[in-house]
Design a protein around this ligand. Structure first.
Ligand SMILES: Cc1cc2nc3c(=O)[nH]c(=O)nc-3n(C[C@H](O)[C@H](O)[C@H](O)COP(=O)(O)OP(=O)(O)OC[C@H]3O[C@@H](n4cnc5c(N)ncnc54)[C@H](O)[C@@H]3O)c2cc1C
Length: 383
């Protein structure tokens, strides 16, 4: 029997079973179609909201389930079973990336207007950090919110924004004071229908194909002062905090996806014969499986241990960077090995191994690249 990590109780496992039932019955059968179309329908958000899967860590005051990081990790892991990484990513943006800052920094009015409908799946959220000239270098963001009368006027461009083409609102990172360095950033809640706020295009991409990835333009977008999320000037600190949860959830989902591919490949290696024996029985391949299982298990335990620390109120920035870096490297190595073990069937599109391989590549880039994780880790060492 699988060891139950201290992050989880039997109640979490019962919850896991219910998420799994939903994913396997209502999402997975559509994966092929959604991948082909490069889009999954909005009803997924509404349905997940109705089932209580979009606000597992949020209090019942906002329509959430009052759960913990264990529940959030369960949702992230089980969504990997949808077979289309873009779905899990888009849902994670909604539930674990764009909305946590509203819970932590939002006013009661902002929570009522954005958080509650997002938890119900009635409003779709996106998170606008990256810009054409500011990805890794978040501090170089050029989108400006200028104080004007009793509100602000925002100008700028955002790129690579997941859910950006269909979001009802955006948690937007801006600069409100160019001279103030890291103290000059502010977050805003901007409605999609605000005049001057447009989707300039959606980007085609290697993987995560069922999610939309948009470029956004803000041209003289006027917002009231109440659109400011958290105190003016605190946006950099707030978004660095958000990125920690994003990295942890991203790693959890990707590691779970790699386990699924590993298990399929293991079965394939037992069933597929060459030179009169199962391909998995060659020592070189048996050892490959042993190595992959070891590294994947280490990545999974790192995710869980770090989630426990986060859950008890620590702010484990270095550990989360270690998790994301390690998980990204291991998951991609495993996907590559599994594709190799499937041979031509891995390279062909009918097994879905190719898709998992493509989807996995994002973990080493999105939410902070491997290199940026190494920067954070080495800074914590005093460099
Ligand atoms: C599918 C997808 C979805 C995304 N979703 C969102 C989203 O919803 N919201 C959002 O805001 N962003 C989103 N992103 C953006 C993502 O977070 C960025 O792509 C990522 O942070 C890297 O930034 P960049 O693409 O500008 O790369 P760059 O910053 O241009 O980096 C290019 C290369 O230079 C390296 N590099 C940069 N600085 C250093 C350094 N100091 N030392 C060594 N190497 C360095 C990088 O590691 C990388 O290898 C998404 C991206 C993708 C691809």
């Amino acid at each position: 029997m699988k060891m139950l990590h201290p992050l989880f109780t039997p109640e979490h496992e019962a919850f896991r079973a219910s998420v799994r039932r939903f994913v396997e019955a209502e999402l997975a059968p559509n994966a092929e179609e959604w991948e082909r179309e490069g889009h999954f329908p909005d009803w997924v958000f509404k349905r997940m909201g109705d089932l209580g899967f979009l606000g597992v860590r949020y209090s019942a005051d906002y329509g959430g389930q009052g759960g913990d990081w264990g529940h959030a990790i369960v949702v992230g892991e089980e969504l990997a079973r949808a077979g289309s990484g873009g779905v899990g990513m888009a849902v994670a943006v909604q539930a674990e990336m764009a909305t946590p800052p509203i819970l932590k920094f939002g006013s009661p009015e902002q929570k009522a207007r954005y958080l509650v409908p997002a938890i119900r799946g009635e409003k779709i959220a996106c998170l606008g950090i990256s810009e054409p000239n500011a990805g890794s270098d978040v501090a170089n963001i050029q989108t400006v919110a200028r104080a004007d009368g009793d509100g602000f006027v925002i100008n700028g461009r955002k790129t690579f924004i997941t859910n950006g083409a269909r979001a009802d609102f955006c948690v937007l990172v801006t600069r409100t004071d160019r001279q103030a360095g890291h103290e000059g950033f502010s977050l805003f809640l901007v409605d999609r229908d605000a005049p001057g706020f447009d989707v300039s295009r959606t980007l085609d991409k290697l993987g995560m194909r069922s999610s939309d990835t948009a470029e956004l333009v803000l041209d003289e977008v006027r917002v009231p002062r109440e659109a400011l999320l958290g105190p003016e000037g605190r946006g950099f600190v707030e978004i660095m905090w958000e990125l920690q949860g994003e990295r942890l959830i991203g790693a959890a989902g990707s590691v779970a996806g790699a386990w699924l591919v590993f298990e399929r490949t293991l079965q394939h290696a037992k069933d597929r014969h060459a030179f009169g024996r199962a391909i998995g029985s060659f020592q070189v391949n048996r050892h490959r499986f042993a190595q992959m299982a070891t590294e994947l298990e280490a990545a999974r335990q790192l995710v869980y241990d770090t989630a426990v620390a986060w859950e008890r109120g620590e702010y484990p920035v270095k550990e989360i960077s270690v998790v994301k870096l390690y998980a990204g490297v291991v998951v991609n190595r495993v996907m590559n090995e599994c594709l190799q073990l499937f041979g031509g069937m891995g390279y062909a599109t009918q097994t879905g191994i190719d898709r998992a391989w493509r989807d996995a590549r994002l973990l080493r880039i999105g939410g902070g690249t491997d290199e940026i994780m190494r920067e954070v880790i080495s800074k914590a060492m005093g460099f």
